[in-house]
Design a protein around this ligand. Structure first.
Ligand SMILES: *Cc1c(COP(=O)(O)O)cnc(C)c1O
Length: 392
């Protein structure tokens, strides 16, 4: 057995159900283990490696910045941080960015900004945030509290209060909670990723936007997984023709380095004042230089390609009688098969294909620039694996 697996099992906390393989290197959407066996990657490090691994353009931007200055503290200005914030605001029409280091931290910031906005305008007490059942917003205590799934809460209480959970896709449920509680915001994922790649309907999201406007509730969209081109739009809220008051993003924008953004719109752009929030590593110039490289490559041409590849995957897999349902959008797809997703993912690994799972589904989150021949080879393997596993 590869000694790294046993060392990891002895010394690393057992919080992950790891697949039994060590990744040692790769190129784009192809990865290699320590024996030199090749794998096609349709998971991209859970929607992180948008342009695959060892991406030269990103690596160059990162190493150029590394050799200038790797960290300064937030007491000084740096160019990558300022230019990344400008680029994100200019393309989304939002007004200000707070930089943290993860999706959970981005959501923590959104929660703080929404509460402070409300306190400044209405005074104390109007601090509850409505989130959705089956959501996922992170692993810190507050973002766990925001996560509407009991399974994640087990054994970790007490939690910070101020979160109530509405039924996803049921506007009446949100309205009832807004009546029963003094609320400042509603937070959603447009496609519940960890929840099983479950999209919200157009009517619900548009209705929610209107309800939030009428009641001065801030609409927070968690774009940690759905953002940065993943669904075929720059940010997934754009698929619904709405604008959030705050959106958060992380995962893909960093190109593999840790970064999280809370992006504030017009209404709450000044909700956070000097001293009210901060982070030692937030806005780190190396992470921002890499993220600016990634973000500037999310062109309309790339988004068109995402949609074309998505259509190809959906068309190919939905032809299989073993596939019950395909959900999601762009290159964020959930595939419900006759057998559990983990069984299929385990079998795929043996055949040199990396896929993810979400609840009972197989989840695909390939690099947005995955070359067509590699995608086709990967989908061919997946078709064979689904057939084999479901025939057993
Ligand atoms: C992954 C994820 C998070 C948490 O991001 P971390 O970087 O792991 O803290 C939050 N929200 C959604 C929707 C996610 O998919």
């Amino acid at each position: 057995m590869n000694p790294i697996l046993s060392i990891d099992q002895e010394y690393v906390a057992h919080t992950y159900a790891r697949f039994p393989m060590e990744i040692v290197r790769g190129e784009g959407s192809e990865l290699y283990d320590e024996t030199g066996k090749k794998y096609i990657d349709l998971g991209s490090g859970i929607a992180v490696n948008i342009f695959g691994v060892a991406d030269r353009s990103w690596a160059q931007a990162v190493s150029d910045q590394l050799l200038k200055v790797q960290h300064t503290s937030n007491l000084y200005y740096t160019e990558p941080c300022a230019l990344l914030a400008k680029a994100v605001c200019e393309r989304t029409g939002m007004k200000k960015v707070f930089f943290g280091n993860s999706g959970a931290e981005a959501n923590e910031c959104a929660i703080k900004a929404a509460r402070r906005y409300s306190v400044k305008k209405y005074g104390e007490g109007r601090s509850t945030i409505i989130t959705l059942k089956n959501s996922f917003h992170g692993r810190t205590l507050a973002t766990l509290a925001a996560t509407g799934q009991d399974g994640y809460h087990q054994d970790f209480g007490p939690f910070p209060g101020g979160f109530v959970y509405a039924e996803a896709d049921q506007l009446e449920s949100v309205k009832t909670l807004a009546k029963e509680n003094r609320c400042c915001a509603v937070m959603i994922e447009t496609i519940q990723g960890e929840g099983g790649v479950v999209p919200l309907s157009d009517g619900f999201v548009k209705g929610l936007r209107q309800f939030c406007d009428e009641n001065d509730l801030l609409l927070i969209v968690d774009e940690v997984q759905t953002g940065n081109g993943r669904t075929g739009a720059l940010y997934s809220y754009m698929n619904y023709d709405i604008k959030p008051d705050i959106f958060t993003t992380a995962k893909g924008i960093g190109g593999g380095l840790p970064i999280g953004l809370a992006v504030l719109g017009e209404k709450c752009q000044d909700a956070l004042a000097v001293g009210s929030h901060g982070s030692t590593f937030g806005g780190n110039p190396v992470c921002c230089a890499g993220a600016l490289n990634i973000f500037s490559r999310l062109t309309d041409t790339l988004l068109d390609e995402v949609n074309a590849k998505s259509a190809y995957i959906v068309e190919t897999l939905s032809a299989l009688p073993e596939v019950k349902k395909i959900t999601g959008k762009g290159l964020m797809l959930g595939i419900a098969c006759q057998k559990n997703g983990r069984e299929i993912a385990d079998a795929a690994l043996q055949k040199g294909l990396l896929v993810l799972t979400a609840k009972d589904k197989v989840r695909l989150l390939p690099a947005l620039n995955i070359p067509w021949p590699i995608l086709q080879e990967g989908v061919d393997i997946l078709v064979r694996v689904i057939r084999e596993v479901c025939a057993q």
